[in-house]
Design a protein around this ligand. Structure first.
Ligand code: SF4
Length: 336
């Protein structure tokens, strides 16, 4: 790790760089109804770690990401950056801390201002925070671009002159410009050609290692994060239903929803070559959540208890926690 990288991250590897406690976010939609986007989510990401947050579209992953970077405020709950509670800060104070937690967006092309060249896009956060002289900012931009694999002579280009993968590299350079401790990457490769996805994922992993970043990697694709994450958190209807070490979750999933996600993955990775219960049906409406387990209508293991009592996330084994009444007894159904 370079001296600069050490300075970037004053947090010791292994400690939680960012932590969410019981985050609740509901969006009113009129007539007293609301979308229950997040329903009491707690998780932390350690410095030097990648925590993958996976789940189907609309499960609340991006809402959580936006709260973590301060683009939105929770209705309830707390977010801590190291020891400091961000959720107590005023908007002005929060803006000042935003340099520590940066986001990488899903669509690299539309997330970059088409009127600005690459240098201006990457330099803007440095300008906004008044960091360095003009010459120092320019030099820093070139360093960042080269670090993410963009040539210095491409700094004069505009976003439309670059490929989607190159634009995402520019987005990463911009996110790194303020030397953050935490990166929230929201589906960072899902809009890219399959051929360049691995390159961008590997770049993020290298940067995490070099800079000691805490990386929250949001994805709908549990197969993708299998290769890059240290831990996996599975989200369903705004709740974490399983969280644990990546190998533990992949090889011995305990929540039926996790098993269903794994079953949908093409069986190219050895640890994923299992046939488990298929994931069928749709989740209940997030505006009208039922009593009991919210997965019950889709769960082949559901019992009477599941329809009456909502399961809480509880420690099951080692570092893994699961929100399922029957997690101790359910066996994965391998048919091949
Ligand atoms: Fe299935 Fe019951 Fe577990 Fe819910 S609590 S996932 S319905 S077994």
């Amino acid at each position: 790790m370079s001296e600069e990288a050490k300075a970037l991250n004053s947090l010791q590897e292994g400690t939680e760089a960012i932590r969410a406690e019981n985050l609740v976010r509901h969006f009113p939609i009129g007539k007293g109804r609301k979308v229950h986007a997040l329903n009491g989510v707690s998780l932390g990401v350690r410095a030097g770690e990648t925590l993958a947050l996976v789940g189907e579209s609309g499960c609340g992953k991006s809402t959580l990401g936006r709260l973590m970077v301060g683009l939105d405020r929770p209705d309830e709950g707390q977010i801590f950056l190291g020891e400091e509670e961000l959720t107590k800060l005023s908007s002005k104070e929060l803006r000042a801390r935003r340099s520590s937690v940066q986001m990488i967006f899903q669509d690299p092309v539309t997330s970059l201002d088409p009127r600005w060249n690459i240098e201006a896009i990457v330099r803007e956060p440095l300008d906004n925070f008044g960091i360095g002289t003009t010459a120092e900012r320019k030099e820093k931009v070139i360093q960042l671009l080269e670090r993410v694999g963009i040539r210095a002579d491409q700094a004069e280009c505009y976003p439309h002159e670059l490929s989607g993968g190159q634009c995402q590299r520019v987005g990463i350079a911009r996110a790194l410009s303020l030397s953050p401790h935490v990166i929230v990457a929201d589906e960072p490769v899902s809009a890219l050609d399959v051929s360049v996805r691995a390159q961008v994922v590997n770049l993020l992993s290298d940067l995490r290692d070099d800079m000691g970043l805490a990386l929250l990697f949001i994805s709908h694709d549990i197969g993708l994060v299998a290769h890059v994450s240290d831990r996996i958190a599975v989200m369903y209807l705004g709740e974490i239903v399983e969280i644990g070490d990546t190998s533990q979750v992949l090889n011995d999933a305990k929540h039926p929803y996790t098993m269903g996600l794994l079953d949908a993955v093409p069986k190219t990775h050895p640890s994923l070559r299992r046939q488990r219960s298929p994931l069928e049906g749709d989740p209940p409406s997030p505006t009208d959540l039922p009593d009991g387990c919210w997965f019950a209508e889709r769960c082949q293991f559901a019992k009477a208890q599941c329809r009456s009592t909502h399961p809480q996330l509880r420690r099951l084994d080692g570092t893994r926690s699961v929100a399922c009444h029957l997690a101790d007894t359910i066996k994965n159904t391998e048919t091949n």
